[in-house]
Design a binder for this molecule. Structure first.
Ligand code: ADP
Ligand code: ZN
Length: 741
């Protein structure tokens, strides 16, 4: 029995501490236990990471309290945390904190308790007679209770009988009924009913994919991760569902990661329904749960009652034991990358957890990331392909609209080209639906002065303010700053302000003006602020109440609308010209994904891509649905430029409210790194970030590249530890960054 434990406290002190275990807790405080420990003059929450026979530390204090009986983290998850800390150049405390939902970590919220009623002593005929006369409501309630077959929630009983609490209490006092407190789960989908549906009979390609997964399930220790590359609508989800069934049959559990944005009720329903014969089987973890719901869902998994979890990024840390399968749907999605410390990528963490748990990892997508496809090419992953859509539907026809030509025709370029307008009119005629996509919110993207040429900029960020017509104000999409629209240019005092550029709000207005009889609806972060708005809008669209849906990436992914036969991409160039080596890849993925929304039913789909750069490779390859072709040319570009997947990139951001302090600190850091790093690592000169100012902070970037990433991470950490930065300078290290602005 170990008398000492080593813990990591929830606060970042970058040191692990030893404590003794009081007699009464010996054997109960184990690796993964949550405890309270004395630290300086406080008692802090901590996680036990090791048990020790003896400790070299002096003046050891005892553990103050043990929280919960079962450890909250498995040894594997602790090992995973250590791997993340090393790989992502991040304090292990920060990683540990993100492993547990806050509600579990703080252990302040418990189960919801509810009072349940059950019959107690049965009343004699005499007593009933008396009650009828003197207290008819009690008699009525007593009759209802007598008919109960089991305990019922008091609240439900009272609602059903329209009687009040006082009546119930009186019956309890008389001994006719009993009240007992019972824990109830706050199930986020508790009010929905799921009807169990059977496995579909799969086509040849799906069968082959499932066979491969089953083979992997039989040899989990040696089998590499599987990359399931299936075109949109090829039935990947069906493959996941049957793979999970096979996993459960082996007595194991499964984790399914989906991007937050596609964690729609529709997706959850498919999983819940398939396993509906065991009601608690599927737990859901995502950011829209209440604290109570998250507590309950997490505990369902922790207790082993739920054996499947479907969730967003952080569900990769779900407290499941005996994991047999981890599915990462839409593995290319950049939202799997967390943009605050620990800056981890859930797909990559899933692969590592899979290796540690000795389980099968299945990455699915219609547009593999270059990283994953490259891994498949060089044998680190096994590739499985679904090349046909399940419904035998043709891939949509993609038409490119050259906006340069349009401009010549119509002088001022219209938001909707003539070709797109004609196509929409045609769909309205045929009662088919249209989706218009533009990855930019607001009405006008800037307010320019035509006299002095200055745009209204955000005072806190180096971006132009966007004009929103619904509240007639200017707003910053980065920091939320909001300003009134000036009458004259504040710089030169001329009455010469013009609105330039356009966002979804203007597209909506424009479409409504051109097609006054059509029902147009907009879906973006501005119009979807209410909790149920998203669900409502999707429902209205699906049931055909909306003719034209205008939206941002919110509508680009994973939705099935059989009656949509036309998709218009208003401006395909938006993402292409960002200073980001993944700009081309993102554009290709976006076009492919958006195009996948068209023609999922019987009518074939048509996609119009409006662009000023019709010959860019991302657009041309997407047009021909040629993933392999795109991949080859993009890979050559990446190799030529030493970018991922050939090199790892690390981006260090140094920021401060004071420009000179930020730049000075960045210079100093770069100099120290130059001294510390061997030749194999490339170090760029510090430079102002493309987004120079953000939320009032000036930002400088240092870009590093290398192959041995863990070693590079360590060297960066060591260099940083030796450098005292002023308090008003913050440094962030991002390993494998996705956000390069
Ligand atoms: P993906 O995830 O690849 O986009 P889905 O799994 O969502 O594709 O499948 C698209 C549609 O086809 C879904 O409605 C699904 O129920 C249906 N489907 C999938 N596999 C089959 C099959 N073998 N037979 C009939 N319908 C199928
Ligand atoms: Zn701003």
């Amino acid at each position: 029995m170990s008398a000492f434990v080593r813990v990591i406290i929830d606060r970042s002190i970058r040191r692990e501490l030893d404590y003794s275990v009081p007699e009464a807790m010996i054997g109960k405080v184990v690796v993964g236990s949550r405890v309270r420990v004395p630290f300086r003059d406080k008692t802090l929450l901590a996680t036990v990471v090791a048990t020790l026979e003896e400790s070299p530390a002096e003046g050891i204090k005892p553990v103050a309290a043990l929280l919960g009986e079962k450890p909250v983290l498995s040894a594997t998850l602790i090992e995973l945390a250590r791997w993340m800390a090393n790989y992502y150049c991040c304090p292990v405390e920060t990683v540990m904190r993100s492993l547990l939902p806050q509600v579990i970590r703080k252990a302040e919220v418990g189960w919801k308790k509810q009072l349940f009623v059950s019959p107690a002593r049965s009343a004699t005929a005499d007593e009933i007679e008396k009650l009828r006369k003197r207290a008819p409501r009690q008699a009525e309630l007593l009759q209802a209770i007598a008919q109960l077959t089991g305990p019922i929630a008091a609240a439900d009983l009272l609602r059903q009988t329209s009687l009040d609490n006082g009546t119930l209490r009186a019956l309890v006092k008389r001994g006719f009924a009993e009240l007992r407190e019972q824990a109830v789960a706050r199930d986020p989908h508790g009010t929905e009913e799921f009807i169990a549906d059977a496995d579909l009979s799969m086509n040849e390609e799906q069968t082959a994919a499932l066979k491969l997964i089953e083979h992997a399930l039989a040899n989990p220790e040696t089998h590499p991760p599987i990359l399931l590359h299936g075109v949109t609508g090829s039935g990947k989800t069906e493959v996941y569902l049957q793979a999970i069934r096979a996993t459960l049959a082996r007595g194991k559990t499964a984790i399914v990661l989906v991007p937050e944005i596609s964690l729609t009720p529709q997706t959850v329903e498919r999983f819940k329904s398939r396993f509906a014969s065991q009601p608690d089987m599927v737990a859901v973890l995502h950011s829209h749960l209440s604290e109570g719901e998250r507590h309950d869902e997490w505990h369902k998994l922790h207790a082993g009652r739920a054996r499947i979890v479907i969730g967003a990024r952080s569900a990769v840390f779900a407290p499941l034991e005996n994991v047999g399968l981890i599915v990462v749907d839409e593995e290319h999605e950049t939202s799997y990358k967390q943009e605050e410390a620990p800056r981890y990528h859930a797909r990559d963490v899933a692969v590592v957890r899979g290796k540690m748990e000795k389980c099968v990892v299945l990455l699915g997508t219609a547009t593999p990331s270059l990283e994953s496809y490259h891994n498949a090419e060089r044998g680190k992953y096994v590739l499985s392909q679904l090349t046909q859509r399940v419904d035998q539907c043709q891939m949509p026809l993609i038409r490119i609209v050259d906006l340069r030509m349009e401009r010549r025709k119509e002088k001022a370029a219209a938001i909707l080209s003539e070709k797109l307008r004609t196509a929409i009119a045609d769909r309205l005629e045929k009662k088919e639906q249209t989706i218009l996509f533009l990855n930019r919110r607001g009405f006008s993207t800037s307010l320019l002065c035509s006299s002095c040429g200055k745009a209204r900029e955000c005072p806190n960020c180096s971006v132009a303010l966007t004009f929103h017509r619904h509240d007639a104000r200017l707003s910053c999409h980065l920091c939320g700053h909001s300003a009134a629209v000036p009458k004259r240019c504040p710089e030169c005092r001329e009455d010469a302000l013009i609105y330039a550029g356009f966002g979804t709000e203007k597209v909506e207005a424009n479409v409504a003006a051109i097609f006054p009889k059509a029902v147009v609806r907009r879906m973006d972060a501005d119009s979807m602020t209410r909790k149920d708005a998203y669900r409502e809008a999707l429902h209205a669209f699906r049931s055909g109440k909306i003719d034209i849906l205008v939206g941002t990436q919110m509508i680009a992914k994973g939705l099935h609308f059989p009656n949509v036969t036309l998709v218009g991409i208003i401006n395909a160039d938006l993402a292409l010209h960002l200073p980001d080596f993944r700009a081309g890849e993102r554009t290709f993925q976006l076009l492919t994904q958006v195009a996948g929304r068209a023609g999922r039913g019987e009518a074939p789909g048509e996609v119009f891509v409006q662009t000023y750069t019709p010959f860019s490779p991302s657009i041309q390859f997407a047009r021909h649905h040629d993933f392999a072709g795109y991949f080859q040319q993009e890979l050559e570009f990446r190799e030529r430029c030493d970018f991922p997947p050939f090199r790892h990139v690390v981006l260090i951001t140094v920021r401060s409210e004071h420009e000179t302090r930020a730049s000075f600190s960045a210079e100093t850091l770069a100099r120290r790194l130059r001294e510390a790093l061997p030749e194999e690592f490339q170090l760029g000169a510090p430079a102002p970030a493309p987004l120079e100012k953000l939320q009032g902070h000036y930002r400088f970037h240092i870009l590093l590249r290398g192959e041995a990433i863990v070693r590079l991470s360590r060297l960066i950490r060591e260099t940083l530890d030796k450098l005292p930065f002023p308090d008003d300078v913050a440094v962030a290290v991002d390993v494998d960054p996705y956000q390069l602005l």
